[in-house]
Design a protein around this ligand. Structure first.
Ligand code: C2E
Ligand code: MG
Ligand code: MG
Length: 600
């Protein structure tokens, strides 16, 4: 610490206790000493008459400030500044020049000096002031560098610092024929924590996560925070692949214990992607990108796990990116189309409902370089729509189209006809969904009671109360709700008593095992009985064989859907189907089961 001329103490960044003068001319050195004696500067002065000697001194202890002569025997001009900066970062340098011209001073500052004095032309006060200002300037500069290199929340290196460190590590690994591993770590469901407990708790969790992560690793491993809930780790080792795996397992194990945030135990599991040098890439940016890709694969494989980068991940990501782009275009280019599959009421032997099923006419270039369109079933693209959030827009389109079509089908089939529309969980939970439904009904003129929304059990697993409110709101204005694919996944008969469903659709996987598979038969019969006992309508989907049909009819299932009656048809085909089904003879021919056929 040196006192400044205004009599205020100033902390200097490097808590060392001397001022270093590098000056080969004894007389000039003496002038500095005399001037310093007349100031309040309390630090001792050390003197070196060669740059080499000065660097030796600095090795042991970094000075508060360096006063540097530009005309040294072993370093002429700017060389001295350069050498000192390279030798020790963060030392303030004040240049002593014999030459009062502007260009030398400017050059010195460009080269990294903080200030300059012209020999024989400074007072003790000026000398002191210049030294203090040089230190302050240097400290501010160091602080800026630190801020630019570190994440302020956790104190870990940030993205740009990590990339630099990685770049250097790669160069080292190349020289020594070693390998290294880059890990990309993302906290699972961090958004939920932030949303539910607030940003303050989120920040607290990130700090604790960072601390635990660091303590899990060796001190030589680099841990950085890229931003948000994304962390990276750099492991340098002879066998980085093997160690990468060990480290990933260790991280996962160490994150099993809860984090205590605001008196609540929070579980924050990581998903980890690993890319190794040289097998997974040759430069920092590529390795980081690929570790990120591998992390995505780890997430899609159920989270709280790790995954190594491999070529198929690259191909998969490319393909999925391409798909996302194409789907975005598909909506604007009218490439989506609805198909319609009838649902048969076995009592009346007539079409009682129709399910709208989405198709994509994907434009492709064929072998002869012609553009053709290929019909893509929904299972191939709905997950992508959900991933990108595009499902909301496409879903709105489906809703409008279905309602319009519903009006038309009712003109042909009669006013008893319902139109069933599939709704994905993401659509339902999106605010504004109820209004979307209202608009679709209003714009088309379809009565609310003719619209049935099919949702899957997934919706019931999460956010139960909010979803319940939405379902209730929908039913309040007359829309009916069906639970789709019942029997697949987590189905619980208790949903039937808790949620306001009108219809239960027994999953195809069940129906397909009928009637031979004993367990399926028992469960299917039970589901029909219970649902109907609760006053719900039951639809069996995926009926393909006469045996399946017979079993379900015998067990009193009300409505039947499946290829046995008709495959999903494009609008024109479905219109034909409805027209023909009104004529009893033709109806028979296209497998509309009459009451006799169904029961007999
Ligand atoms: P889902 O709602 O359970 O629809 C029934 C699926 O079973 C349809 O497949 C239909 O073609 C098929 N299917 C009907 N009868 C039979 C049969 O006898 N045998 C066999 N093997 N299959 C039969 P699709 O059209 O490929 O749709 C698959 C799923 O995609 C649908 O299952 C639904 O969950 C979803 N989906 C379709 N359209 C939409 C939509 O507009 N929005 C949303 N969110 N999902 C949709
Ligand atoms: Mg459905
Ligand atoms: Mg279904």
């Amino acid at each position: 610490m040196i006192a400044n001329p205004m009599n205020m103490s100033v902390e200097l960044p490097n808590q060392s206790d001397y001022i270093l003068l590098i000056e080969d001319n004894q007389a000039d050195a003496e002038l500095v000493r005399i001037a310093l004696d007349q100031t309040r500067v309390v630090l001792p002065l050390r003197h070196a008459n060669r740059l080499q000697n000065a660097l030796e001194l600095m090795k042991d202890q970094v000075p508060e400030v360096v006063l540097l002569d530009l005309g040294l025997p072993d370093a002429a001009g700017m060389e001295g500044i350069d050498a000192i900066c390279r030798h020790t970062t963060g030392v303030p340098i004040v240049v002593l020049t014999g030459n009062a011209d502007d260009t030398t001073a400017k050059r010195a500052i460009e080269c990294g000096a903080q200030d300059f004095l012209v020999k024989g032309d400074y007072s003790p006060e000026l000398l002191a002031r210049v030294m203090v200002h040089a230190s302050e300037r240097k400290r501010a500069e160091q602080q800026l560098i630190r801020l630019a290199r570190h994440d302020s929340l956790t104190g870990l290196p940030n993205r740009s610092a990590f990339l630099d460190l990685l770049e250097h590590a790669i160069a080292r690994a190349k020289r020594n024929h070693e390998s290294l591993a880059v890990m990309f770590i993302d906290l699972d469901h961090f958004k939920n924590i932030n949303d539910n407990l607030g940003h303050h708790a989120g920040d607290h969790l990130l700090r604790m996560f960072a601390k635990r992560l660091k303590s899990t690793l060796r001190t030589t491993d680099v841990v950085a925070r890229l931003g948000g809930d994304e962390f990276t780790v750099l492991v340098e080792d002879l066998d980085a692949v093997e160690r990468g795996e060990t480290v990933a397992r260790k991280i996962i194990t160490s994150m099993r214990a809860p984090f205590r945030v605001d008196e609540t135990d929070i579980y924050a599991t990581p998903s980890i992607g690993i890319a190794a040098f040289p097998s997974g890439g040759n430069d920092a940016a590529t390795l980081l990108k690929r570790a990120d890709m591998a992390m995505y694969r780890a997430k899609s494989r159920g989270r709280n796990t790790f995954e190594f980068y491999s070529w198929d991940i690259d191909a998969e990501m490319r393909e999925s990116f391409k798909l996302d782009c194409e789907l975005r275009e598909a909506l604007t280019n009218d490439q989506f189309e609805l198909y319609y599959q009838p649902i048969i009421d076995r009592k009346h032997g007539r079409v009682s409902a129709v399910e709208a099923l989405l198709r994509w006419n994907r434009r492709c270039v064929d072998a002869g370089n012609d553009t053709v369109s290929r019909l893509v079933p929904p299972d191939h693209f709905i997950p992508a729509l959900e991933r990108t959030g595009l499902i909301r827009e496409v879903g709105e389109w489906v809703l409008h189209q279905s309602c319009l079509a519903g009006v038309r089908w009712r003109q042909l089939a009669g006013d008893h006809l319902r139109i069933a529309v599939n709704v994905s969980p993401q659509q339902l939970t999106h605010t504004g969904f109820v209004d979307q439904v209202r608009h679709a009904l209003h714009d088309s003129g379809l009565p609310a009671s003719a619209l049935e929304l099919e949702i899957t059990e997934q919706v019931l697993l999460a956010n139960t109360e909010a979803n319940m409110a939405i379902l209730t709101a929908l039913r309040e204005f007359g829309v009916t709700i069906a639970i789709d694919d019942f029997g697949a996944g987590y189905s619980s008969l208790s949903y039937l008593t808790v949620f306001p469903f009108d219809t239960v659709k027994i999953d195809r996987s069940f129906v397909s095992r009928l009637p031979e598979h004993k367990d399926s038969a028992v469960v299917a019969a039970g589901m029909v009985a219970i649902a109907q006992g609760l006053g719900r309508r039951v639809v069996a989907e995926g009926i393909e064989t006469e045996g399946q049909q017979r079993f379900l009819v015998e067990h009193d299932c009300q409505e039947l859907q499946g290829y046995r009656f008709s495959r999903p048809l494009p609008a024109a085909g479905f219109e034909d189907y409805l027209r023909r089904s009104r004529q009893p003879t033709a109806a028979d021919a296209i497998m509309i089961p009459s009451k006799d056929r169904l029961t007999g």
